[in-house]
Design a protein around this ligand. Structure first.
Ligand code: MN
Length: 287
């Protein structure tokens, strides 16, 4: 079995643009190697937006060197990017955007959600790319909820397999390195034993509810980091709980980051800034 290494807590909250009230539970500026290949985990909401006429969100900005994964639980986000990719993600949907060699995008509340307002809750995860893939072509996978298989867990819970595999169910996301990303729900009082890969970085994020593992508790906006050694975890749900289970093969490469660019050296960061300033990231087509 895997053992708990530590429980990570949100380092306070901040706004991303005017549309995303986030708690950053980890970021590549600390523990970049321990959490590899995962770079950042922002939990947006829960928050209740009033109706509005102008969509809230964050305007055009670049990324290079990794992937951004947005998992929508409540509310809707509309996205457009410089590859021509775009779409609206609704509750249950996942957007897997590969920034790789460079992308510019914008993330706003959808027009329909802007109009009604209401509860908002999302996760944005940044997944690092292996050095050899950092400069490949940017891409976009819009994964709608109907393409995400649901696995029933012994003990009464469910797992939606966004990436990776559980009990023969394969997630629809294409990834550059071996990754599991599962959206797990457990009923109060239930216990789930998950078979997780030996050697993978292993993180269990609690989005709501409370769980106990080996007498250690974790609640909302906390992440349990397990050892890479061992191959399973047993989680007891103290109340109805929603978790995000992340595992990934560590990349074991240097991490140099500067805001929205994450590369393997300072020289590559300087190049990213030069390329962005000279317009080499392309343009978002007008709406
Ligand atoms: Mn972004």
């Amino acid at each position: 079995m895997k053992k708990i290494v530590e429980v990570l807590h949100a380092q306070g909250g901040h706004w991303v643009g005017d549309g995303f009230p986030v708690r950053s539970i980890f970021s590549y500026d600390r523990q970049a190697q321990e959490n590899s290949p995962f770079l950042l985990f922002d939990y947006a909401g829960p928050y209740n937006f009033p109706p509005a006429t102008i969509p809230r969100g964050v305007g055009q900005h670049p990324h290079r060197g990794f992937e951004t994964v947005t998992i929508a639980y409540e509310g809707e986000v509309a996205h457009r990017d410089s590859t021509g990719g775009g779409g609206t993600i609704k509750p249950g949907d996942v957007q897997w955007m590969t920034a790789a060699g460079g992308i510019i995008h914008e993330e706003f509340h959808s027009p329909a959600y802007t109009k009604t307002g209401g509860p908002f809750r999302m996760v944005q995860l940044w997944v690092n790319l292996p050095q050899k893939d950092k400069m490949t072509k940017a891409g976009y996978q819009g994964l709608t909820s109907d393409t995400i298989p649901v696995v029933a867990l012994a003990g009464g819970g469910t797992a939606r397999i966004i990436a990776g595999e559980l009990d023969g169910a394969k997630g629809p996301a294409r990834t550059f390195s071996p990754i599991n990303l599962w959206d797990v729900k457990l009923k109060a009082g239930s216990e789930a034993t998950l078979d997780l890969p030996e050697g993978h970085t292993t993180l269990v994020a609690v989005l709501s509810g409370h769980v106990t593992v080996d007498a250690t508790g974790a609640g909302e906006a906390e992440i349990i980091r397990f050892t890479r050694e061992g191959s399973g975890v047993t989680i007891r749900a103290d109340g109805d709980s929603q978790l995000l289970v992340l595992t990934g093969e560590p990349l074991n490469e240097p991490v140099f980051g500067y805001g929205p660019f994450v590369m393997t050296s300072e020289a590559e960061i300087r190049q990213a800034i030069t390329d962005f300033n000279s317009g080499r990231f392309g343009q978002v087509a007008p709406a």
